[in-house]
Write a protein that binds this ligand. Structure first.
Ligand code: PLP
Length: 403
């Protein structure tokens, strides 16, 4: 049956994780995965999550019933509140629980393929490498085009290029994927003024925006602040502005394996919202029936309990603060060595990632000679840096760049 099928190209992130595991060198450093690690390079269970699990486990009424089709209701409601706060009439937002952020991205692509049938989906250049895969898989008829985003020469946002490309080339009913904050892989976010200009172009050209919100709380350590762009779009819902949000709780709750997420579709009218819900339920029934319960209960318990919520806000600050410290440490180590390169942006980039501006060949030498693992695009995940490996990483980069 299967002799004719073509061999699949392995996913670069997972391939890197496997290669790292197999590397027996004691000095190895993994700077490739987007998974938060503490200063001991260990995955961190957030103290707020630990306490929520204790509360759930002590609850005599905790059962393993299936959630309704739109998901665990408390999770759906806290997800919506975290995203929009009070900017919208909740009756015009259709929210459902999904299998993490990937599931939310998948669901919205699937939903649009059954409804809007966009001719083009616009992706940032560069973007999270799963966006093109999800759209190719779910919506092969939709053409994928890139909008300028990262200026590799200056390591800055090419906002003019982005806006003019959309103005000149996008058409009514196209879809654009925007990242709400802590852009993966560049670590560069639009300013508030930039977001206003992006919203204007979307309205003018009648483009349907999807916010991918995978790092709320990781950008500034403040979940409200990091939702600014989404809430700004929410205030503009009108005849030419409806949009969606694909939300992940993997990073901001450290619940990578529990696969907790949500999809929100914001429509102009309650009538549209009711129809959207019907289509989502139809897709959900065929694909997952209903989303998993435990992780959803952990998130809802934290957000609904003021003490745990306060602890979680501290946890966000701990994670984003450590990443900021690592940025400064690596920057200092590189500048101390006078390593050739443009490093100033390392201090101002936001979130888990930065692009180091190294060639694929240099990235390969880092891996093969120094056992320091970055993605081929030279995306560095700050989560792998620690106070005890940062000097080694800086020295390795220095030697590769100056050899
Ligand atoms: N969107 C972006 C931009 C991401 O970087 C990620 C994870 O790396 C996701 C979505 C989804 O992650 P998950 O499916 O683990 O929630």
């Amino acid at each position: 049956f299967f002799e004719q099928i073509l061999e699949a190209v392995p996913d670069s992130t997972f391939a890197m994780i496997e290669a790292f595991k197999a590397d027996s060198n004691g000095k190895k450093v993994n700077l490739s995965p987007g998974i938060y690690r503490d200063d001991n390079a260990k995955t961190w269970v957030l103290p707020s999550v630990k306490k929520a699990k204790e509360i759930l486990q002590a609850d005599q009424n905790l059962n393993h019933d299936i959630s309704p089709q739109m998901g665990y209701p408390d999770l759906v409601s806290v997800a919506r509140q975290m995203t929009f706060k009070d900017t919208l009439d909740s009756r015009t937002v259709t929210s459902m629980q999904t299998i993490s952020g990937t599931g939310a991205n998948h669901f919205i692509a699937r939903f649009l393929s059954d409804t809007l049938q966009p001719k083009t989906v616009w992706l940032s250049d560069p973007t999270w490498d799963n966006h093109p895969k999800i759209w190719r898989h779910t919506n092969p008829a939709t053409e994928q085009r890139l909008y300028p985003y990262y200026d590799y020469k200056t390591s800055t946002l090419d906002i003019e290029g982005m806006l003019s490309t959309l103005r000149e080339k996008a058409s009514r009913g196209d879809v654009i994927i925007l990242q709400a904050c802590a852009h993966n892989p560049t670590g560069l976010d639009p300013s508030r003024e930039n977001w206003e200009a992006i919203a204007e172009v979307c309205e003018e050209k009648e483009i349907f925006p999807i916010f991918d919100s995978a790092y709320q709380g990781f950008a500034t350590g403040d979940a409200d602040n990091d939702a600014w762009a989404i809430r700004h779009f929410a205030t503009r819902v009108n005849a030419t502005m409806e949009f969606a949000v694909a939300q992940s709780f993997s990073k901001n709750f450290g619940l990578y394996g529990e696969r907790v997420g949500a999809l929100h579709i914001v429509t102009r009218t309650r009538d549209s919202a009711a129809k959207v819900e019907g289509v989502l339920k139809t897709i959900s029934r065929a694909e997952i029936t209903s989303a998993p319960g435990f992780g959803a209960k952990v998130v809802a318990t934290i957000i609904q309990n003021p003490t745990l919520r306060g602890q979680w806000q501290d946890d966000l600050k701990t994670m984003s603060g450590r990443l900021r410290d690592m940025r400064k440490r690596l920057y200092d180590e590189l500048t101390k060595r006078h390593t050739p390169g443009n490093w100033g942006h390392l201090l101002t980039d936001i979130g888990m990632f930065s692009i180091m501006g190294l060639s694929q060949e240099q990235v390969a030498i880092l891996k093969d000679t120094f056992h320091v693992y970055l993605l081929p695009s030279s995306r560095l995940s700050w989560t792998g840096l620690t106070s005890w490996n940062v000097e080694y990483v800086a020295e390795s980069i220095h030697r590769v760049v100056t050899s």
